[in-house]
Write a protein that binds this ligand. Structure first.
Ligand SMILES: Cc1cc2nc3c(=O)[nH]c(=O)nc-3n(C[C@H](O)[C@H](O)[C@H](O)COP(=O)(O)O)c2cc1C
Length: 326
């Protein structure tokens, strides 16, 4: 029987398949079903920086000028607050024995950083930081925006003992260099890529609407290229693939490209937690067919450094594929 266990940021996992951060991982019955189906770890839904800041503001405002607002604020914040999130971590730890990764969705180096230590104390085995910075000013250049990411990770890495993964989008000028700097700042993992909320336009109503939050088949190809490149250029940091993984074959390809773990989200919403079993079965069958014993032997086997023609991942391929088309 092939061995599916992997180490992700130093955490021993019984399979490389993670439930990605979303509302799906906020429900204990889903967590139990994910573990039963063979998930290697669970990334809890994110706590948003805005929620943490609101709670901090509420606590400092409590004795101040607007006592009539306090009840409402208190009601709102008890629904969405840090303490609820810490409770979610504790509950998850009681429910499953696989590692539980807490998640924070943030955009700045704000005071929220101090709450990360509470997540560690609540039992989180690791922290995934989803940094979503949408530049809305012409004053900041890309260096200064990237520096904000580095400040967040440096500060967290100094204060936490648990490993930190950074979940990012793909819009960086030099992605391998950026990921390498995240590693120098103390990140142990990088999740490539986040799939951001996308606005669309409803032509009938002439209004802005939210596009489909769920991914579609084939969307994994973007991270496949970048995981193949980054895994060969940045050593000593584990990559986790996220976006568009809808079939075991997608996941196997991402592992061959260099992903240490593969995250599932949309497929959990459409198929349910039990679908993870088809991923572990698919990986086992593939490894048996190829005579491979350990998932570690697959990881990065076809990354940029390990293939005979690395230019398959390069710009020249674009010219070969599209240059002659008329
Ligand atoms: C309904 C929904 C909720 C999500 N919530 C979060 C979240 O709280 N934090 C986060 O980092 N990503 C969140 N995501 C993004 C997913 O974790 C994942 O990165 C993205 O959906 C791409 O993976 P997929 O193609 O498998 O869906 C959410 C996605 C969906 C569809």
């Amino acid at each position: 029987m092939p061995n599916l266990s992997v180490s992700y940021m130093g955490l021993p996992l019984k399979s490389p398949f993670l439930a990605s951060s979303s509302g799906f991982t906020a429900k204990m019955e889903n967590l139990a079903a994910l573990e039963n189906a063979g998930a290697g770890a669970i990334v809890l839904k994110s706590l948003f920086e805005e929620q943490i800041n609101d709670q901090a503001r509420f606590l400092s405002d409590q004795s101040a000028e607007y006592p009539e607002n306090a009840d409402f604020l208190h009601y709102y914040l008890t629904q969405h607050s840090v303490s609820n999130y810490l409770e979610l971590i504790r509950e998850a730890k009681k429910t499953v024995s696989v590692p539980v990764i807490a998640s924070v969705n943030c955009f700045s180096t704000g005071s929220w950083l101090s709450f990360a230590g509470d997540m560690e104390k609540a039992g989180a085995d690791a922290l995934e930081i989803n940094i979503y910075s949408l530049p809305l000013t012409l004053e900041k250049n890309s260096d200064s925006i990237e520096n904000d990411y580095f400040k967040v990770i440096t500060s967290l890495a100094k204060s936490l003992r648990i490993p930190i993964a950074v979940k990012i989008g793909h819009n960086f000028t030099n992605l391998p260099q950026f990921v390498s700097t995240l590693k120098s700042c103390g990140a142990r993992g990088a999740v490539l890529f986040n799939r951001f909320y996308q606005p669309d336009i409803d032509l009938k109503d002439m209004s802005i609407v939210a596009a489909d939050p769920f991914s579609h088949k084939g969307e994994y190809l973007n991270e496949l290229r970048w995981i193949a490149l980054v895994s060969s250029m940045v050593r000593g940091l584990d990559l986790s693939a996220s976006t568009g993984v809808h079939a075991p074959e997608d996941a196997i390809k991402l592992i061959l490209a260099g992903a240490r773990t593969v995250q599932l989200c949309s497929i959990l919403y459409t198929e349910g937690a039990g679908v993870v079993k088809s991923f572990t079965d698919g990986l086992e069958n593939f490894m048996t067919e190829k005579g491979m014993k350990n998932v570690g032997d697959l990881c990065g086997l076809l990354n940029y450094s390990n293939i005979a023609h690395p230019d398959k991942f390069e710009r020249v391929q674009f010219m070969k594929t599209f240059g002659g088309k008329s």
